[in-house]
Design a protein around this ligand. Sequence first.
Ligand SMILES: [Zn+2]
Length: 504
Amino acid sequence: MKKIFLLAVMATLSLHFPGSAQCPEALMRYSDRYPAAEAQDLYKLVFQDLYGPGHLISDSATSARYIADEVANMGNTDAFPLYEYTLCDSHFVRVNLALVRSGVLPLDKFVSSLLRSTEGLPAPDGRFVLSHSDAFKSAYHPHYRIVRRDIFENEILPLLSAAGTPAGRHAGRPQNVILIIGDGMGVPQVYASVVAQRANRSAFLRFPVSGFSRTYSRNRYRTDSSAGGTALTTGHKVDNYHVNWGPEAQRYNTIFDDAQRQDMSTGFVVTSSVLDATPAATYGHVPYRKMFDTLSLQMAQCGHSVMMGGGYKYFLPQNRKDGLAPLDTLATRGYTVLRTLDDARAFQGDRMVALLYDGDPLTEPARGDMLRPAAMKAIEMLQRNPQGFALMIEGSQIDWACHNNDSAYLRAELADFELMLHAVLDFAERDGHTLVVVTADHETGGVTLPDGNIEQGVNEVRFLWGDHTGCMVPVFAYGPGAQTFSGIQENTDIPAKIRKLMKL
Ligand SMILES: [Zn+2]
């Protein structure tokens, strides 16, 4: 994978910081100052402990360049998948913010200085985000004066947003949204995954924003996946077993319908049948989730560009009460229906349905690495649309493992989910215009973790029962607008926020 090293530097610092001038001598000084052993610690702190991959924050071009070179020299760039360097300097920012506020410095000049790269070329929109922590500062760079995240988020971003600069638009309005649902994935499931990944390798740790979602349905303290999915895709609480279907038989619009109306591309990838409740909540309208004949016809008409999962048998006339052939409908609507992951990955067209299993996809680990490549294929197809896209990805079987009270199955499904999550976040970091929201429709199993071993990545997993519970579930967000997903929210707030952010 090609790594893009982008250095966005703040303005000419030489007046304030003689040491950070962009010259070979300065670079050599930095190299001398930070011998390899210390640099290694530095990378660990920056990449793993503080920010996760993708964010190197430094106050000068030279030190960032040095670290970039060191990481490259380590020959281990996979461990540090960097895509951009973001640099900023708090002294510069404070001085210039004051000048902007007093009207002396035009905002656009301030922004262009924020976006200036080491080569003196403008950096792409929104690629300058920065920050730093006091812990980092005192541990490694006591002489640095670096902008803190709170200054950036509370002072700079609002100025940019108010002025409608490109960076401000980027900060406020995502072009794409990826809604990721871990079915049945409550806080204990997430924590089990964080522990199992060890050494801070969990993808969940890469999210800068987290919150909670209340999952109760219109008629039950404990939701099922139809009402849970409906809440997340339409913004309406409905009765259990209803899919995008109101109490007066209303057909509720989904964020995917709204996205299509704005000429965006849409789709889903799941590890269940494509007719299961959660994927159905991206396209279907039925009063009972098991109306597979109806759902398959609705799916064929829904306009998603890419749909991937299991459930091929439901599309065959001999397995249907209505005797119809939705595969024909799919063909007339321009879809290519594929049966293997390899064929799906090689597909070059614009409309694909991948029905990779006759019924439900295999369980992990037998299923192998399917969710991640399927999700990345969907992203590859959808991102061709310059209007943007909306994609739902579901780790469907986290729920099933918990229904079965099977901790090994749960562990394997969570590991699979982590792989997908890392890949999606890598994409979102590269892209810069994608909002990623991860949540669950409900918790399953009443999972708790009475004991374990952090160093060995081992959890003792106990289950209360084989059904869902009414607990709040976690929400994680990354990308433009992510901060709006913090705090305790209704599950129905999540699509409302997506609509608002994306102006759907
Ligand atoms: Zn369930």
